[in-house]
Design a protein around this ligand. Sequence first.
Ligand SMILES: Nc1nc2c(c(=O)[nH]1)N[C@@H](CN(C=O)c1ccc(C(=O)N[C@@H](CCC(=O)O)C(=O)O)cc1)CN2
Ligand SMILES: NCC(=O)N[C@@H]1O[C@H](COP(=O)([O-])[O-])[C@@H](O)[C@H]1O
Length: 218
Amino acid sequence: MMKRIVVLISGGGSNLQTILDNCLSGEINGRVEAVISNRPDAYGLVRAKRYGCEAITLDHKQFTSREAFDEQLQATIDEFSPDLVVLAGFMRILTPEFVQAYLGKMINIHPSLLPKYPGLHTHKRALEAGDKEAGATVHFVTPELDGGPPILQGKVPILPKDEELDLAKRVIAIEHVIYPKVVGWFCEERLTLAEGDVIFAGKTLQIPLTLDDTNATK
Ligand SMILES: Nc1nc2c(c(=O)[nH]1)N[C@@H](CN(C=O)c1ccc(C(=O)N[C@@H](CCC(=O)O)C(=O)O)cc1)CN2
Ligand SMILES: NCC(=O)N[C@@H]1O[C@H](COP(=O)([O-])[O-])[C@@H](O)[C@H]1O
């Protein structure tokens, strides 16, 4: 049964595009039913229209509170009865009530090797810390910001002359590899969240998988 996916965005949507492409190619056994942006000018909405799904703007600035925005967001998402909600560059902190409604069926990609650098400006922080490697983490979404159980990480080197943009480009390239992989696993029903544990292919993940591991998990 093809899974129903809703994607939340705030910007350019390159991760969204990778997921759309993998749905079209059959790599992901799913269909994106709707893309919802909290910003009207998000180019990801153009990508959604080109793919042929609903492209919806819920401008968070039009709401009097975070709770009111989340309430409307939940009502909009539920119109599509998704099996999976994918945050792809979605830049709003979600209320605990909202997150609880999608626990175990909502994932996010974060541009750092969590638990290092939750929140914003991850590449700047990694460079300032003098780190030798960086990367991205796909995780289940919980009320704790970027604190949800990690699923898969992709690592990249930090090079001596790297500036923020250099690192951002190298990290987003690995994001485009790991995110569709995790979405695909979820749509094949190989990935679940149970009592706070990530269950992948029938085994409890004690630590997140890294990209190198995935060859062994075919
Ligand atoms: N309850 C949760 N909400 C969200 C999670 C989560 O794990 N739990 N993940 C984030 C995604 N994210 C990083 O990966 C993130 C997004 C936004 C922010 C943030 O500080 N947002 C500000 C506004 C910033 C802006 O508009 O540029 C805010 O909401 O006030 C931090 C981390 C998605 N939500
Ligand atoms: N805290 C959330 C966050 O910073 N997410 C990051 O926003 C970018 C979105 O790019 P995209 O719109 O091209 O997919 C990605 O790098 C993603 O990791």
